[in-house]
Design a protein around this ligand. Structure first.
Ligand code: GLN
Length: 484
């Protein structure tokens, strides 16, 4: 049955402006969906009452024409964003009692534009994972699951599942190595990781600071443009945030792509690539070609080193960022005999297995005897990967690849859980983008034979989200993917 939660944000805003619907009605519809779908385990904290009272305020703003960009739009917030007075856990036991005193810049930007928050969304612990199974609060169930419960992808599994199941109009997410794009692909929704520096990292629980970037997960491309325009912007509180002007991304939608050069990297098509995914990739290229784009074969020769480099750099930065959870200043404290034992007990009990693995790897690759061999080497590889993209973008304007080499798999899949490397391999198409700091979007292209969503990735030049939006608009129309 169709209801208000079927509307995109753009559609909702136009109905709100014409007074056809009210913010309270819209919020109530999402709260209803949310309450009907607790089985997906997408939300870990609910703030529905606050959202409903904020919706009444939004109603007044529409009445006196002081409505802002996202007035009365109910969103979900990944539990990695600090929200003032609202529990923010990073889905870790070590932070499960943490109530921030301040608001992250990204969520503040959304609030300033009139958005409402329905609650905090489940995710992999500290955003470390690709299936949402490392969350202290248990895995998110992919709303597309049939009989067997499937993973929603990670780390932003709650964000993608909540948007797919229409439990919120859109969600915030973060992406360190694919965490916006992979769950978007798995749940049949659209997500963009903007260029590193577009969104402030202030108030986002840090995983790997040189890779972390916030972005939206939405029902469609247009909503991503709207949300990103609100989330992005220079912030003096984040020294890596960019002062570049933020264009109105919506203006790129509908522009023609005649002559746009779309690169297809040979290295992303190894023998044995899932044939269904390969054929959707061809289809996506054909859609863009039919719209006037030119398809160009390109090479990204250092692709095979991206995963090993990422899984050295990300844990190295994580081990340093997570040193702050010592049980002294905030979060969980487990007492012990003296300070050292308190540290040990707190961290032993507070962190899950995957987080501990990353801290161990990170500490190892940064230690005196191994720094040059691993960390420094990985940084050099990172530069080569960036150079690959620079060279490729001499020949093309945008790059098209699949988002993930696989479709959503079963929760508890032993192949993935017994050997973490199998899980890491799923990030093969996404991590290079973070290493190079580039923007990239995942959007649904179609269903697999098992009726599960598959995603395509569009990678742009740094600070050229516009071209991504331009191409994505046409790809979305050509794919004609039917949302849940
Ligand atoms: N799956 C990747 C990892 O586990 C990426 C996670 C992310 O982007 N936050 O590191």
């Amino acid at each position: 049955m169709s209801d208000l939660t079927d509307l995109t944000i753009a559609e909702s805003l136009s109905k709100l402006k014409s007074r056809e619907i009210s913010p309270v009605e819209l919020t109530q519809a999402y709260v209803q969906k949310l309450n009907d779908n607790h089985k997906y385990n997408a939300f870990v904290t609910l703030t529905a009452e606050k959202a409903l009272s904020d919706a009444e305020e939004a109603e007044k703003r529409y009445a006196n024409n002081t409505n802002r960009l996202l007035e009365g739009i109910p969103l979900g917030i990944k539990d990695l964003f600090c929200t003032k007075g609202i529990k923010t856990t990073a889905c870790s036991h070590i932070l499960d009692n943490f109530i921030p005193q301040y608001e992250s810049t990204v969520t503040q930007n959304l609030l300033d534009d009139g958005a409402l928050f329905l609650g905090k969304l489940n995710m992999d612990e500290f955003a470390m994972g690709g299936s949402n199974e490392t969350s202290y609060f248990g895995p998110v169930v992919n709303p597309w699951s049939k009989n067997t419960p499937l993973v929603a992808g990670g780390s932003s599994g709650g964000s993608a599942a909540a948007v797919a199941a229409k439990m919120c109009a859109a969600a915030t997410a973060t992406d360190t190595g694919g965490s916006i794009r992979e769950p978007s692909a798995f749940c049949g929704v659209t997500g963009i990781k903007p260029t590193y520096g577009r969104c402030s990292r202030y108030g986002i629980v840090a995983f790997a600071s040189s890779l972390d970037q916030a972005g939206p997960i939405c029902k469609d491309v247009r909503d991503c443009a709207l949300l990103l325009n609100s989330m992005a912007g220079y912030d003096p509180k984040d020294s890596t945030s960019s002062k570049r002007e933020i264009p109105d991304f919506s203006l790129s939608l509908g522009k023609d792509i005649k002559g746009l050069k779309v690169g297809i990297p040979a290295e992303y098509r190894p023998d044995g690539l899932n044939p269904e995914i390969a054929s959707y990739w061809d289809k996506a290229a054909q859609i863009l070609k039919d719209c006037g784009a030119e398809i160009i074969n390109i090479n990204l020769p250092h692709t095979k080193y991206a995963l090993p480099a990422y899984y050295v750099i990300a844990p190295a930065e994580a081990s340093s960022n997570l040193a702050r959870y010592d049980g002294v200043r905030y979060g969980l404290r487990v007492d012990g005999n003296g300070l050292d034992e308190q540290y040990i007990n707190t961290r032993t009990e507070g962190f899950g297995a995957e987080v501990k693995r990353r801290i161990l790897i990170g500490t190892y690759v940064l230690s005196a005897g191994y720094y040059d061999a691993y960390y420094l080497k990985a940084q050099k590889v990172r530069r080569l990967i960036k150079n690959d993209f620079d060279n490729a973008f001499q020949k093309c304007d945008i790059i098209l690849t699949p988002t993930s080499p696989i479709e959503p798999f079963a929760i508890g899949d032993t192949k993935m859980l017994e050997n973490p490397i199998n899980m890491y391999l799923n990030d093969v198409f996404t991590v290079s983008v973070n290493l190079a700091g580039l923007p990239a979007m995942s959007l649904p292209i179609g269903l697999s034979q098992n009726s599960l969503p598959l995603g395509m990735q569009l990678i742009g030049r740094a600070f050229d989200e516009d071209t991504i939006f331009k191409a994505a608009y046409h790809l979305e129309r050509g794919a004609n993917f039917v949302r849940m």
